[in-house]
Design a protein around this ligand. Structure first.
Ligand SMILES: Nc1ncnc2c1ncn2[C@@H]1O[C@H](COP(=O)(O)OP(=O)(O)OP(=O)(O)O)[C@@H](O)[C@H]1O
Length: 247
């Protein structure tokens, strides 16, 4: 399960006009990894996620998931292959209940076969338990705190039974207590779920990640273990004047 490459980008590029937001990026994510992507603002991290999830077309290069070329597949086909994402801008249905939000994802994955609704509801409750929102199922998503909404987004993403979970700044705007809870939640995910995480909170990154990729100015700068990345002079230089790599 965890001895192969789940995601492979080769020379993946995204240009906006003449601007190279992502420039020939190679990235390999092992199955079962907790792999973080970090880099200063504008490094191309969100663009990279857009290419992997399918919300942004690639200008050049290829993307493979489990050996299959997904470069030109639309988002829903990638979801069907097990790629799920949470984004910086929430995609929750705010007027629906917390349970309905998760249920929609579960049903989208399993289909709405007669007799399967009870199982889907049970699954949705199980996911809400897992993300720490068991008592919130009857509230609308709008009634949740910011941190709880991020937890719900993770439950919605898990509802599609992903093999690859993309988390785009999940701790953005969270209190330290909420970040700690979210970190625990991600750490407790089963290894069948490979996690690719963009995060500015470097404490969270270095606590969770077994592999860290550093992006800079649209290019891949370095991939290594947290210790290798922390010790890298080129990484320190890239961050100079923006933020420090946590020690
Ligand atoms: N639709 C667009 N049109 C033009 N330029 C864009 C577009 N989207 C992103 N960019 C540019 O591409 C570069 C990379 O942006 P991206 O959002 O991927 O960076 P990031 O590393 O995620 O940054 P942050 O940490 O601030 O979220 C930035 O210079 C950004 O201004």
């Amino acid at each position: 399960m965890t001895d192969h490459d789940l995601l492979e980008l080769r020379r993946a590029s995204r240009h906006f006009g003449s601007f190279r937001a992502l420039d020939e990026v190679d990235l390999t994510v092992r199955a079962g990894a907790r792999h973080a992507v970090i880099g200063p603002n504008g490094a191309g991290k969100s663009t990279l996620f857009g290419l992997i999830s399918g919300t942004l077309p690639t200008t050049a290069g290829t993307i493979h998931v489990d050996g299959r070329d997904v470069t030109r597949l639309p988002v829903h086909r990638r979801v069907g292959l097990g790629v799920a994402a949470t984004f910086q801008h929430s995609s929750l249905f705010l007027r629906e209940t917390v349970l309905e939000n998760v249920l929609l994802a579960v049903v989208r994955r399993t289909g709405s076969r007669a007799g399967s609704r009870d199982a889907a509801i049970a699954k949705a409750h199980e996911l809400l338990d897992r993300v720490g929102l068991p008592a919130r199922h009857g509230l609308t998503a709008a009634e949740l705190s910011h941190g709880e909404r991020r937890q719900l987004e993770v439950a919605v993403a898990l509802g599609t039974e992903p093999r690859l979970l993309l988390l785009d700044e999940p701790a953005a705007g969270m209190s330290p207590a909420e970040t700690a809870r979210l970190t625990e939640l991600i750490a407790a995910l089963p290894r069948e779920v490979t996690v690719l995480l963009i995060e500015h909170d470097l404490d969270m990154v270095f606590e969770l990640a077994d592999t860290v990729t550093v992006m800079h100015l649209g290019r891949h700068l370095k991939t290594g273990s947290p210790d290798e990345v922390r010790a890298s002079a080129e990484v320190q230089t890239a961050y100079l004047g923006t933020m420090e790599v946590a020690s």
